[in-house]
Ligand binder design. Structure first.
Ligand code: CA
Ligand code: CA
Length: 313
């Protein structure tokens, strides 16, 4: 009885609050909660130079190790609900190209290797690189959100994920519930040669598994550890049809060392294109799974940074 009354009071209270906000013109969504500051629309003066190095794929890691690194300072994501993160103060990035591919070397300190996200309380370590799509001018007069882009101001995001990296080493290219819970019981038979009783269920897997049937990157072996995405503001992050970014990462003695790379140009209209001799902008975010970072809970840079692609020789 008492519990029922409390529930009713909470419901009515929520309804009154909702009506107040609706009538006051406030919008319930994951959109911009505060106006961007002027500073956010002024790119930093110093940027990253992508040196031309005549190297093949195998030599890229060494070339990156020899390249000058650039430090991106990070802070808590404080603009869009759910706010959070902020435990990673900085990330170092270096970049080279060989006239065909562009390579980014990324390092940050992280005391914990979080490369599995199967249990509901497990979250992954990850890093994101973001670029504006097309040729843009960024200034207080021509604002372009350094957070997730904006309507009509699309960004291309490359998201390396530690658990996707681990998936590459798993049997079949994808970790399953049984990897986390080896003694789990399931009444669904994953055996490809099921006993006759379970045959119908096994053969209807595609009908029963929506994500798998739709070809979602989250539901299948994807053979890569970087996701190629677009966004036009908070709450709009979308996986691309054409995945073009490759990567590899390792956690050694408290440091993540990640390389992501892609052809300088691609035939995908949703991708950033890099032209030797030209400049664009980039921005970064880092997630520490140990601290519960995921989605908008992350350490972010709130300024665009110039990135210049050196001419090929
Ligand atoms: Ca971690
Ligand atoms: Ca793409």
């Amino acid at each position: 009885m008492l519990r029922g009354l409390i529930r009713k009071s909470v419901f009515l209270g929520s309804a009154v609050v909702a009506m107040f906000y609706l009538s006051s013109g406030e919008v319930f969504s994951q959109s911009l909660e505060q106006e961007a500051t002027v500073e956010e629309n002024i790119p930093t003066e110093e940027g990253l130079t992508v040196k031309f190095v005549s190297t093949d794929l195998e030599g890229a890691a060494e070339a990156l190790a020899n390249a000058k690194s650039y430090t991106v300072n990070l802070q808590i994501q404080d603009r869009s609900f759910p706010n959070g993160g902020g435990s990673v103060p900085e990330v170092k990035v270096s970049a080279i190209h060989n006239g065909e591919n562009i390579f980014f070397g990324i390092q940050w300190s992280d005391a914990t290797k979080n490369d599995r996200a199967i249990k509901h309380e497990q979250f992954r370590d990850a890093v994101g690189l973001m670029f504006p799509l097309g040729i843009v001018k960024i200034s207080p007069e021509t604002p372009f959100s350094p957070r997730m882009g904006d309507r009509g101001k699309t960004v291309n995001i490359w998201h390396w994920k530690a658990d996707w990296e681990r998936d590459l080493l798993a049997d079949g290219g994808y970790e399953h519930m049984e990897d986390q819970y080896p003694n789990m019981f399931t009444d669904f038979d994953f055996d490809p040669n099921p006993i006759p009783d379970n045959k119908a269920a096994h053969e209807s897997a595609e009908l029963m598994s929506g994500g798998y049937s739709a070809g979602s990157l989250l539901s299948q072996a994807r053979g890569r550890s970087v996701e190629d995405l677009n966004a036009v503001g908070f709450g709009t992050l979308t996986a691309q049809e054409h995945q073009d970014v490759e990567g590899t990462g390792a956690w050694i003695d408290g440091t993540w060392d990640v390389i992501v790379y892609r052809p300088l140009s691609t035939p995908d209209a949703n991708d950033v294109q890099f032209v030797p001799g030209k400049s664009t902008f980039f921005n970064m975010a880092v997630w520490n799974g140990e601290d519960g970072d995921r989605n908008g809970l992350k350490s972010v840079s709130i300024r665009w940074r110039p990135i210049t692609i050196e001419s090929a020789r």
